[in-house]
Design a protein around this ligand. Structure first.
Ligand code: PLP
Ligand code: KYN
Length: 406
């Protein structure tokens, strides 16, 4: 590693870390001495989780066996853990249920929103920059329901709305650029047109305030393995605003969503509340892993997380500007705080070999082909010295002779 450039940035990083009231959270996570900037893809493991999962396996399953559905709270885990996530996304209790993947929840939400919108509205507007799964699922849902898909850039949604719009499916934060979309404004515009909005919160929950109730969002989905640290493939969640729950008509009305699942009657009668969003038997081991992981949020304010996230991404951009050779990378992440999520995306011609070399040097971000270097900032365990070091190592890599992509 080369010497620290004499810019004073390393000293500033140390001072910022010393003043950071979230800094103590880092020791709750299993991390090494590298810099982990990929928590926007897979959050780090909280160190207390393995013992809790061992208890789920050895005592709850191994000893209590079937009794655990009641005695260990297995059966009610989806709605109980939903209520743990709810405050992180600005929802009152009883509106969030955990289960299935984000993709499956997109399906439930889009079809149910189309049914709530009623007859005569036959268009589903889909974020043209969406994470692909949302677009694929919405297209298939539309084939089943007879809606027409209209791809639209989030900023162009107000102009594209009309009397035919049934549903608008949007990403809160763009997975590639880190752009934060205007959830209050777009939700208001969709409602003014008489339609419903479904927000995908994968890249915002646990990184910034979402305010689902405050802004009158209809439905939302999100994963739990990024900023919520639930572990690989941990179950996703579905938010259905209380005012829609009585009419929420799930396209996947499995027995777990029945008002009396153990009545095992041939006729379907939906349960009330968030339980209506359940489908089949929950994946208990993953779900209880997530439940344990959520303990790291106890006593944390999402506003404090947001303030640190913005300070970190500002500081990283400043370090990149100071250290990186001019013109080698260009940020595609908005400068304005109101338009920025919790990641920095840098466009770079030879992004693939650059990211490979960064990872070899202990700075883990990821690559979104063909030319985006993505760095996720998870305020619970990433600090300012990490940001400075990542930018410094990036600059070192960028001055090496270019290597062809593999
Ligand atoms: C915005 C967004 N939606 C959906 C997904 C994925 O959905 P699933 O949990 O079904 O894999 C991701 C990332 O994996 C994502 O970033
Ligand atoms: N679920 C995954 C499984 C394997 C590898 C990556 C993911 C991601 O989550 C990617 C992420 N959604 C992204 O924004 O790129």
């Amino acid at each position: 590693m080369s010497e620290t450039p004499h810019s004073g940035l390393a000293e500033r990083a140390a001072a910022l870390d010393a003043a950071d009231r979230l800094a103590g959270r880092r020791e709750l996570f299993a991390l090494d001495d590298g810099v982990y900037l990929d928590g926007n893809s897979l959050g780090a493991l909280p160190v207390h989780v393995p013992d809790r999962v061992r208890d789920v396996l050895t005592r709850q399953w191994g000893e209590l066996r079937i009794r655990s559905w009641d005695e260990s709270g297995w059966w009610t885990a989806p709605e109980r853990i939903g209520d743990r996530i709810a405050p992180l996304v600005g929802a009152a209790a009883g509106q969030v249920v955990v289960g299935d993947s984000t993709s499956v929840n997109v399906f439930k939400a889009v079809v149910a929103a189309g049914r709530l919108a009623g007859e005569g509205r036959d268009e589903i507007l889909v974020d043209a920059t969406t994470f692909p799964t949302d677009g694929y699922i919405a297209a298939s849902a539309a084939r089943l329901t007879g809606h027409r898909i209209v791809p639209v850039e989030p900023a162009d949604v107000p102009a594209a709305l009309g009397p035919r719009t049934a549903v608008v499916l949007l990403n809160h934060v763009d997975y590639r650029t880190g752009r934060l979309h205007d959830l209050p404004g777009l939700t208001g515009a969709v409602h003014a047109a008489g339609a419903l909005v479904v927000w995908d919160l994968c890249h915002s929950a646990g990184a910034l305030p979402v305010g689902l109730d405050e802004h009158g969002v209809d439905l939302a989905v999100g994963c739990t393995y990024k900023y919520l640290n639930g572990g690989p493939g941990s179950p996703a969640y579905l938010y259905v605003a209380e005012r829609h729950q009585a009419a929420f008509d799930s396209p996947l009305p499995g027995w777990n969503s029945h008002a009396d699942p153990f009545g095992m009657t041939p006729g379907y009668a939906p349960a009330d509340g968030s339980v209506r969003g359940r489908v089949g038997t929950p994946d208990i081991v993953s779900m209880l892993t997530l439940e344990a992981a959520l303990d790291v949020w106890d006593g944390v304010s999402v506003d404090a997380v947001r303030a640190k996230s913005l300070a970190l991404t500002d500081f990283f951009l400043e370090c990149v500007e100071a250290y990186a050779p001019a013109g080698r990378v260009t940020s595609v992440t908005p400068v304005a705080h109101a338009e920025r999520g919790s990641q920095v995306a840098l466009r770079c011609d030879d992004a693939e070999p650059v990211m490979r070399r960064l990872v070899e040097r202990g700075v883990v971000g990821d690559l979104r082909r063909p030319d985006v270097l993505r760095f996720g900032f998870t305020p619970l365990y990433v600090g300012f010295a990490d940001a400075e070091r990542a930018a410094r190592v990036l600059a070192e890599v960028l001055v090496l002779p270019r290597e062809q992509a593999a």
